[in-house]
Design a protein. Structure first.
Lengths: 115, 110
């Protein structure tokens, strides 16, 4: 069984640029959630994808967007980067499809630095 | 709005001492509560969830709905318990996601 993987590990961008982060879900999982973890903070929910559809969204502006592919891997796209977007971005996969909580398994994260 | 509060950024204890990591929550309903742990250079992982009522690595947590708390306890801390601990809540929004607290760093000294 393969765990959640994320790429790249680290990324440096400048303000105004666009970035794409990638996540491969754990084998058998059909749901991917993305979190932003700023320095000294807990992870904050960005959005969730279930079977290629956005299934919920946190308090993030539309320049944060995502995709989920038929193999359940996912991308997080951020446009018009701002300095405050500098953070660790975590992807978590789970087996969704019910209203009850299903354990989320986290990837190692992508560290984004915006200069 | 749902919220999780962990009042301590850092908790430093000696090996063998009791540990209590505090967590309070705000949610208008019946949430599920969790503790996640992140050891140095490792990924975030689930430590325990309140509905399972398990003891994992000697840690326990009791959900107190009256005080809206879910404190994490261990009677005798070990050096290997040093890590970042996050309390988290999952609501009944129709999709399962997590609201995290800011975390408490536990340092256990020999």
């Amino acid at each position: 069984e393969t765990g959640v993987t994320q790429s790249p590990t680290h990324l440096i961008k400048t303000r105004g640029q666009q970035v794409t982060l990638r996540c491969s879900s754990q084998s058998g999982h059909n749901t991917v959630s993305w979190y932003q973890q700023a320095l000294g903070q807990g992870p904050q929910f960005i959005f969730q994808y279930y079977r290629e559809e956005e299934n919920g969204r946190g308090n993030f502006p539309p320049r944060f967007s995502g995709l989920q592919f038929p193999n359940y891997s996912s991308e997080l796209n951020v446009n018009a980067l701002e300095l405050d977007d500098s953070a660790l971005y975590l992807c978590a996969s789970s087996l969704g499809g019910s209203s009850t909580y299903n354990e989320q398994f986290f990837g190692p994260g992508t560290r984004l630095t915006v200069l | 709005a749902q919220r999780v509060t962990q009042p301590e950024k850092l908790l430093s204890v000696f090996k063998g001492a009791p540990v209590e990591l505090k967590c309070n929550y705000s949610y208008s309903g019946s949430p599920e509560l969790f503790w996640y742990v992140q050891y140095s250079r490792q990924r975030l992982q689930l430590l325990l969830r309140h509905i399972s009522r398990e003891s994992i690595k000697g840690f326990t947590a009791d959900l107190n709905k009256g005080e809206t708390s879910f404190h994490l306890k261990k009677p005798f801390a070990q050096e290997e318990d040093s890590a970042m601990y996050y309390c988290a809540l999952s609501g009944t929004s129709g999709y399962s996601t997590l609201t995290f607290g800011k975390g408490t760093m536990l340092l256990v000294s020999p």
